[in-house]
Design a protein around this ligand. Structure first.
Ligand code: EPZ
Length: 417
């Protein structure tokens, strides 16, 4: 089984180009089933979750080919409306095929999705919204049999929580529906805007993304386009955390500064200097970072839950005590036990984690339990003295392209074995 070996303690210094956003790519790939012709999607990282999505598209009968970091998808010959359980379980975002395939064929049969174990991850908001749009959904033994006998119709959807996945599913179901759909309390994440930009370029009429109220006027058909996926703000934050924990300087290329508004104040509070020039971010780390009083994960534009683990690893070596409150997922502290093995001092009580910064971490064998937890172990391993061996790499491969190559190029001693 592959592992990452890190000899920590090096200062990091250099340039990293940030990959395309996984959480943008996956719904955009699902959206291609709604389009006629050949979509060309640029800035597509080579990730396990992207490969899983491609397997679903191919199973459905779509043609997909990769040319470097570009994916070319043609769904004209799609001839299936079911997705096997094995494919659904590979990742959470397989659920976006629910809205997409239902809108395309008027029927879809699939099972509950897999993905990182972060506590209960229900899809009740997705199902309630689609039912309101005219879907008949039969749920039995984990199988969802959905039909839209009279087609899907526009509806007023008010989400009780701004769920990213539910917002995406409603958008996908609404673009070809009869009439107008209005989503209130919609998720405002940049990945939602990226999905809408892609669909609008194909002829959809989606307004208000990023504002919390999204209006979608259904159209008769969608054509195709060429689209470049936005940069991954969580990957950017992970590399920033790595450099902040180890000391040094980082120039990140290919970022969208406003997407980092929720995390920049945290790095500044820790004593890091950040400046932007166009799509570049430069990070300058003090001799030792300070603790950060309180970090509360929130829906966008707040501090993202996906950045909680890597930033916690960084603050494990800060001067002073930092407090985290995880508000999005019930069980997103699985990395804590492993960080403690590396010498971190962290106490968890329900949704709160108290991190007392220590001067030194020391290398140890650790196991990744989920994607961002795995990233946290990399951040901590780079800062730790001695050798850290990380197993459970399949988690990191779901969301980080060539992480060991990117980090080695800024001076880390890291290799995959
Ligand atoms: C997306 O998950 C991301 N995944 C997650 O990233 C991210 O952590 C999350 O949004 C929050 O930002 C993808 O985009 C593929 P939600 P999603 O629906 O859509 C509750 C990563 O590391 N909820 O916004 O599953 C839910 O239980 C991953 O890249 C319901 O109660 O997130 C959770 O507590 C992990 N009922 C909260 O809402 C529902 O029907 C947020 O979930 C749906 C959600």
């Amino acid at each position: 089984m592959a592992r990452l070996l890190i000899n920590g303690g090096n200062r990091l210094n250099g340039v990293i180009k940030v990959q395309g956003a996984k959480n943008s790519m996956l719904p955009i790939l699902a959206a291609t089933v709604l389009c006629k012709g050949e979509n060309v999607i640029h800035n597509c990282p080579d990730l396990a979750d992207v490969s899983s999505t491609i397997r679903i598209l191919r199973y459905l009968g779509c043609c997909v080919r990769r040319e470097g970091d570009t994916l070319i998808i043609n769904a004209d010959k799609m001839d299936r409306d079911d997705i096997p359980d094995t494919l659904m379980r590979e990742m959470r975002s397989s659920i976006t095929f629910l809205g997409a395939v239902l809108a395309r064929t008027g029927r879809v049969r699939l099972t509950f999705p897999g993905g990182c174990e972060l506590g209960p991850r229900p899809i009740d908001l997705h199902l309630k919204a689609l039912r309101k749009m005219g879907a008949q959904i039969d749920e039995r033994h984990g199988v969802l049999d959905c039909t839209a006998p009279d087609g899907l119709s526009g509806a007023k959807i008010s989400l009780s929580f701004p769920s990213v996945g539910a917002t995406e599913n409603v958008i996908l179901a609404a673009v070809l529906a009869h009439g107008t759909t209005v989503i209130t309390n919609a998720a405002r994440e940049p990945e939602i805007c990226d999905l809408s930009d892609f669909l609008n370029a194909c002829g959809a009429k989606i307004y208000g993304c990023g504002d919390g109220v999204i209006v979608i006027d259904g159209v008769d058909e969608l054509s195709c386009t060429s689209h470049s996926v936005i940069p991954d703000r969580i990957v950017a934050t992970t590399y920033m955390s790595a450099v902040a924990a180890s000391g040094g300087k980082l120039l990140l290329k290919n970022i969208i500064p406003s997407h980092l508004n929720g995390i920049v104040p945290i790095f500044e509070e820790s004593g890091c200097e950040i400046s932007f020039l166009g799509s570049d971010l430069s990070l300058n780390v003090p001799k030792r970072i300070h603790s950060v009083k309180l970090i509360r994960t929130m829906p966008y534009p707040g501090f993202p839950t996906d950045a909680q683990a890597p930033v916690m690893a960084m603050l494990a070596v800060a001067d002073g005590t930092s407090v985290f409150v995880e508000n999005i997922f019930e069980s997103r502290y699985k990395h804590v036990g492993e960080l403690i093995r590396l010498g971190a001092s962290i106490k968890v009580e329900g949704r709160v984690a108290v991190v007392e910064g220590v001067r030194h971490l020391s290398g140890a064998p650790v196991m990744a339990m989920d994607l961002r937890g795995a990233a946290a172990l990399v951040v901590a391993g780079l800062a730790a003295e001695g050798t850290t061996e990380i197993s459970g790499l399949r988690h990191i491969e779901r969301g980080y392209e060539d992480i060991e190559i990117c980090l080695a190029q800024i001076g880390a001693c890291i290799k995959k074995v």
